[in-house]
Design a protein around this ligand. Structure first.
Ligand SMILES: O=C(O)CCC(=O)C(=O)O
Ligand SMILES: [Fe+2]
Length: 223
């Protein structure tokens, strides 16, 4: 499942984050890459230990969790602190899969991968996030402040940036629902229940549908 969550950050929040990042020193992106992905990773990244990285990570992690579609789509159990990357002209990230586990003490299982775009599409050429699934390749390039969620199990890449600079926050979610197809089913059920609630708040089926949602969640959730 590829899920777009729009307007996670508003213009003022983006300006604040962008201004802070404008002064920051970025390192080689391979600092967090596994063996295979390091071979194909050509970007810059703010070190996790950088005080600014911690401040921005905290801010973004709090903000995404206020977004109902993020909660419904990811059903987060734990969020890995968001990292910031930067692709300048000539940089890209070849086909790879994200590491299954992140962090040393109490490793987080990466179920959902997220990219939150911090640059507007017009600020750079190229730089699409391309995610492979059983239905083919999907190229994603969103407005600044928008985010895409995709299964961490999928192969993906970032096409070469040929002009300008692409800034993004990226992070992983350990979900209450490990399996992508189950998570997707719950998302669709939840969205349908919410839509029916808006259209027909007194529909008697709502109680059964809500029971189905919670009982599936109870059956599958790993807490
Ligand atoms: O920059 C992106 O959109 C994705 C980055 C990525 O795939 C990674 O760091 O593993
Ligand atoms: Fe990745």
């Amino acid at each position: 499942m590829l899920l777009e969550v729009n307007q996670v950050l508003d213009a003022a929040e983006l300006a604040m984050i962008r201004q802070k990042l404008a002064e920051a020193e970025f390192d080689d992106g391979r600092i967090t890459a596994g063996y295979q992905s390091a071979q194909v990773k050509r970007n810059r990244q703010l070190a996790e230990t950088h005080p600014l990285a911690r401040e921005i990570a905290e801010y973004i992690a709090q903000t995404v969790q206020r977004h109902p579609l993020f909660i419904t789509g990811a059903l987060p159990r734990r969020i890995f602190p968001p990292l910031i990357n930067r692709y300048e002209a000539g940089m890209d990230f070849g086909l790879h899969v994200d590491n299954a586990l992140r962090g040393r003490s109490e490793p987080l299982r990466t179920d959902v991968s997220c990219t939150l775009f911090l640059s507007e599409p017009g600020e750079y050429a190229g730089g699409e996030l391309v995610v492979e699934d059983t239905y083919g390749s999907h190229a994603v390039k969103l407005a600044a402040g928008d985010m895409v969620l995709y299964p961490a199990s999928s192969l993906h890449r970032v096409t070469p940036v040929t002009r300008g600079v692409r800034l993004a926050a990226f992070f992983w979610v350990e979900s209450l629902i490990r399996d992508d197809s189950r998570r997707n089913l719950l998302l669709n059920l939840d969205v349908a229940i919410q839509s029916l609630t808006r259209k027909q708040p007194d529909a008697p089926e709502l109680v059964q549908l809500t029971a189905c949602y919670h009982n599936l969640l109870r059956m599958w959730a790993e807490t």
